[in-house]
Design a protein around this ligand. Structure first.
Ligand code: X90
Length: 276
């Protein structure tokens, strides 16, 4: 049996026709801890975070969590959040090492996506498609690795507060975008870190520029996955722009789960897309 597994930053809870498990990260303050599972109320978490005055942070899944997800499957493909910003990949790899030492006949591959959210989802969709075609493990690894080179992640955010307080972007960069009406366009760099692209005044302008940046990166109307942190209207506006330019684009809009919602912050939209 082959199984697909991703950490919760992929914003995926199930995949049609393929065994799948989601391994949660956690989001915490000094008072509360949120486990990024199905029943997590994202709206409530964002309200709480907005009102909370102290520090907050996140933690990657423990190797034990990964090992539990590995149990029972013969061949395992893991789609992990970027190693450039999180210990998730390292944790998945040490779990794989331990699991294989007990079950040497099994196979595990961990994809370091150097990305997050919707770009991870694109990879999961691609792998699921190949699995349904009956492709072999080695081919899945090879094709998945190739596919990742043709996908990208960009985002439009209203705040970098949570990135900054976790030391994942400089405080100087974060200060400049806490201002009312300013939207920050950013993307996943080649090293899998957050790369600032541009600051824009107002959403309309920001989305127009984002589409240009996507086009520059090679987007020509292929798959586009938009994950939003209670920013459905923004995601819809971007989708409208994209469809006006590429009427046959394959666009899907859906809510972020906890980890991405925490970092994207309310109103943030993440765009994962295919390039040519
Ligand atoms: O290990 C941990 O505590 C988790 C740290 C996660 C940090 C990154 C989360 C990114 C969520 C936000 C916008 C897209 C940025 C992409 C950069 C690769 C998504």
């Amino acid at each position: 049996m082959i199984k697909l597994i991703a950490d919760s930053s992929a914003d995926v809870t199930a995949i049609k026709g393929v065994p799948f498990a989601s391994v949660p990260l956690t989001i915490r303050t000094d008072e509360r801890e949120f486990t990024d599972e199905h029943d997590l109320d994202i709206g409530e978490m964002l309200d709480y975070m907005q009102a909370y005055q102290g520090r907050s942070g996140t933690a990657c899944p423990s190797p034990e969590r990964w090992m539990n997800a590995y149990a029972g499957a013969d061949e395992i493909l893991v789609v992990s959040l970027t190693s450039g910003l999180s210990g998730t990949y390292t944790s998945a790899m040490s779990a794989a090492e331990m699991h294989l030492s007990m079950h040497p006949e099994k196979r595990i591959h961990v994809f370091d996506t150097l990305s997050a959210g919707p770009e991870m989802r694109l990879l999961l969709e691609r792998l699921a498609e190949l699995i349904r075609q009956g492709r072999r493990f080695d081919e899945l690894v090879r094709e998945g690795t190739e596919y990742l080179k043709r996908t990208r992640l960009m985002c439009c955010l209203q705040s970098l507060h949570n990135f900054a307080q976790n030391g994942r972007v400089s405080k100087v960069a974060a200060k400049a975008v806490g201002l009312l009406g300013i939207r920050i366009l950013a993307g996943a760099s080649e090293e899998g870190t957050l790369e600032l692209i541009e600051k824009c005044r107002g959403e309309k302008k920001a989305l127009a520029v984002l589409l240009e940046k996507m086009h520059d990166a090679g987007y020509r109307g292929g798959k586009l996955r938009l994950a939003h942190a209670q920013g459905e209207q923004t995601a819809q506006a971007l989708s409208d722009l994209v469809l006006a330019r590429f009427p046959n684009a394959d666009v899907k809009i859906y809510p972020c789960r906890g980890l991405c919602a925490y970092y994207a912050e309310r109103g943030g939209v993440l765009a994962g897309f295919e390039t040519i």
